[in-house]
Design a protein around this ligand. Structure first.
Ligand code: FES
Length: 477
């Protein structure tokens, strides 16, 4: 299904690259981050070209809930503990500055993108936890206070309210902001060697390269695969439902998210690590919860989102690695990609233009503290689990036993493969070895996709790449 943003906005198609070209700055990825980074650099007088594997905003930007907020769930106490008060404050200030930058840009350019000022809420039943969180958010510079018994679907004992946040229609905004940029669509970047990019349409020479493609796909240097994992979550757009306004998210794991768009309520939740949904049923759970919260509601459309999560919960924005002085990266936005895309644009513009940026060191991808090490160890352990599954897991089903419309890891002609039986009964078999680093893929029955439990690459039922870090389709068997 299409997201509500895709249903209500088309962005005109751009031509792919045909032949070799040169540019001062090559940006890889035309999602919100790539377009905002390119736009900020172009406004600063730099020559920029954007290379997009599919279409503008074809990745996570069209699947967001499009909250522009510096309140990132239950985050402030944790960040103060892990980053220290000074860096945690910079994190919050960068996000607050990003909200203001959206306001200014939308007003100056008169962009019609359903922008509205809103309050953000994180709600739950643990009042003392939320009270401490409210204090920590206020210490970080947010206009926050505790409210009791907020009027949120399902009820809650308390919520931390942060005023001065916002929401919008991400594609309407992106359509306007991308208009003056040079963007090549359907131009996947296959490899990068210094300032030379090999794309599907030709070679590109660039002085500087920005990786804004959701998940950085160059494994070495950088080793982002060892310090990022991906998570999926699900959204229903509900008719005949209502909430009091504002943008809501439950405290801790398993909390639900709400915001309005026009007459609709966007209801999100049921998140899990990518590659760990072999039981399926996430949309069924969401529908059931929606019918409890809003008994007369109807689902207008539904979709899912995928987020990159870093080892310490802070995005990586800055130099790609110590040994690549002309490569930059923006990734690991978790659920807050609209705000941190703008923060990335401001930080990378300043770095590339050799200006001071007050927030850059809080997001430095080269940070390597104890918390990051712990997260990296846990990411590596998860990857080892995925790799050993390749060796140990015995397929349960045979291809001819699969029901129509289902998939699974099976034996076919004596070999272990991924099989999808389509509605006509034809079996489509693919390799279940992820082309990124070799982990065994899992069948995701809710979305009929092959998902990687190690770093989150996804492929459709026929093996075509949906999202990386893998760069290739699956082999057909
Ligand atoms: Fe890394 Fe699959 S995404 S091994």
């Amino acid at each position: 299904m299409k997201s509500i943003w895709s249903e209500t906005c088309d962005i005109p198609q751009r031509e792919p690259l045909r032949g070799d070209t040169e540019t001062e700055i090559a940006v890889i990825g035309a999602g919100m981050a790539g377009v905002l980074i390119a736009s900020a650099l172009q406004r600063a007088g730099r020559q920029v070209a954007v290379f997009e594997a599919k279409r503008i905003a074809s990745g996570q930007t069209r699947n967001t809930t499009a909250k522009i907020t510096a309140q990132h769930g239950l985050f402030a106490e944790r960040l103060i503990k892990t980053l220290g008060e000074e860096r945690a404050k910079k994190y919050a200030e960068a996000n607050l500055a990003a909200i203001e930058a959206y306001r200014k840009l939308i007003a100056e350019e008169n962009i019609d993108c359903d922008f509205s000022n809103e309050s953000a809420f994180v709600y739950g039943d643990d009042e003392s936890l939320l009270e401490n969180e409210a204090k920590a958010q206020a210490a970080m510079g947010l206009a926050t206070y505790l409210v009791s018994n907020p009027d949120v679907p399902g009820g809650a004992k308390a919520a931390v309210r942060a005023d001065g946040q916002a929401q919008f229609h991400p594609l309407k905004f992106l359509k306007a902001i991308s208009e003056p940029l040079t963007i090549y669509e359907n131009t996947p970047v296959i490899s990068v060697d210094g300032g030379e990019l090999q794309t599907g349409g030709g070679r590109v020479r660039a002085e500087k390269v920005v990786f804004a493609c959701h998940y950085p796909f160059i494994n070495f240097p950088g080793m982002y695969f060892a310090r990022i994992h991906q998570e999926r979550s699900y959204v229903l757009a509900l008719e005949n439902a209502s909430i009091p306004g504002g943008m809501w998210i439950g405290a801790g794991d398993g909390g639900y998210s709400f915001r309005k768009y026009g007459d609709l309520v966007l209801f999100g939740g049921e998140g899990h690590r990518t590659g760990e949904n072999s039981g399926g049923g996430k949309y069924d759970v969401m529908r059931k919860r929606a019918s409890e919260f809003f008994p007369n509601s109807r689902v207008r459309t539904y979709w899912s989102a995928q987020d990159c999560v870093t080892a310490d919960g802070v995005p990586y924005i800055g130099l790609y690695s110590d040994i690549t002085p002309n490569w930059y990266v923006a990734t690991g936005f978790q659920k807050w990609g609209m705000t941190t895309s703008m923060a990335s644009a401001m930080i990378l513009r300043d770095m590339i233009c050799e200006r001071e940026n007050p927030y850059a060191d809080a997001f430095d991808p080269g940070r390597f503290d104890l918390k990051t090490v712990a997260g990296t160890v846990s990411e590596s352990a998860q990857a080892v689990k995925g790799l050993t599954r390749t060796l140990l897991k015995i397929p349960k089903e045979k291809a001819d036993e699969l029901p129509r419309g289902h998939g699974g890891v099976v034996f076919l002609n004596g070999e272990k493969v991924g099989a999808y039986k389509d509605e006509s009964g034809e079996v489509h078999a693919v390799s279940v070895k992820c082309p990124h680093l070799g982990c065994q893929l899992e069948w995701n029955p809710d979305e009929k996709t092959w998902d990687c439990p190690c770093h989150g690459s996804r492929f459709d039922a026929y093996g075509e790449l949906i999202s990386g870090p893998a760069q290739e389709n699956l082999d057909r068997e």
